[in-house]
Design a protein around this ligand. Structure first.
Ligand code: GLN
Length: 291
């Protein structure tokens, strides 16, 4: 259908995939074949099925250069989500950048919980604190068009990515606010407050592994015990929740007891600590104490 690629120097899809896979394997990327396909599909603006269906198709020099650059970044350990510029969250293709945490599947469960807390057609006001790429806010807004959703972040660079995602996914009811947790919206009461805050301890060896060294420290690290952000959020919850309002905060697998204590001391009533698919305690929900 399209004009043939310049005959030379234009290697075939098969040759490029072979090369890319070898580079990634050499740098110990566990899913080298899949990732080489994802990167070439993105570099050449083709679907993955096109690559498989048409291995002898030649790829032009500009696309080849883009592909080689992507393979080099990935070989140096940069997360595949940053190299692609995208990560799926609850079926939504989200733009991500090194200014945002890469959305994790664990956080999808917090969204599932949140969607079930209030009637879909009620006029609910919901906030996502530290929205990053906008993952939680978007997943809620697109399933609950009647709910008003605030997406807050301290980082302007993260909010710019969230704004791009809101535009691409046409989530008009999301209001983006630059804010250090809840402080500037003091007058407003919310029915639902959600957060995936930073919760890793500053000296946690986990920070040196996998994708974490490339992610923003401000989205991962919360003081020496990993609980600094959760303490700040908990302190603000009682005056920001409506009487029937509920909150859920994600945390580390070993922080459940500490988070329940923090929420109790802030004057909230625990609903429960929820486990992720690996069976680890992952987020805790609470409501205002009925006084
Ligand atoms: N779940 C992430 C990790 O430990 C941390 C994300 C966060 O701090 N919110 O890999």
């Amino acid at each position: 259908p399209s004009a043939p690629a310049p005959a030379d120097p234009a290697p075939s899809i098969a040759a490029l995939l072979h090369w890319g896979r070898a580079q990634l394997t050499a740098s110990a990327t566990p899913t080298a074949r899949l990732e080489a396909e994802l990167l070439l599909a993105t570099a050449a603006s083709l679907g993955r099925t096109d690559l498989i269906a048409w291995p002898e198709r030649q790829i032009g020099e500009p696309e080849q250069t883009v592909f080689a650059h992507m393979i080099r970044r990935r070989s140096q350990g940069e997360p595949i989500a940053y190299v692609l510029g995208e990560r799926e969250f609850r079926g939504l293709p989200l733009r991500v950048s090194p200014a945002t945490l890469i959305p994790r599947p664990e956080t999808e469960l917090l969204v599932d919980w949140a969607l079930a807390q209030h009637p879909p057609t009620a006029s609910i006001r919901c906030a996502d604190l530290g929205t990053g790429s906008g993952a939680i806010a978007l997943a809620i807004a697109l399933e609950r068009p009647h709910w008003q959703v605030l997406a807050l972040d301290r980082s302007g660079a993260a909010l710019a990515i969230a704004a791009t995602n809101c535009q691409r996914l046409k989530a008009d009811q999301i209001q983006l606010i630059q804010s250090d947790w809840l402080s500037p919206i003091a007058a407003q009461r919310l029915d639902l407050i959600l957060a995936n805050p930073p919760y890793v301890a500053a000296q946690d060896p986990h920070l040196t592994r996998g994708d974490l060294p490339f992610e923003p420290a401000s989205a991962l690290i919360a003081g020496n015990d990993g609980l600094a952000a959760i303490r700040r959020i908990a302190a603000e919850l009682p005056r920001h929740l409506t009487p029937t309002g509920r909150a859920a905060i994600e945390h580390g697998w070993d922080q459940g007891a500490a988070v329940r204590t923090i929420l109790n001391q802030a004057g909230l009533t625990m609903i429960e600590t929820h486990r992720d698919l690996a069976g680890h305690e992952r987020f805790t929900s609470a409501r205002r104490s009925s006084d």
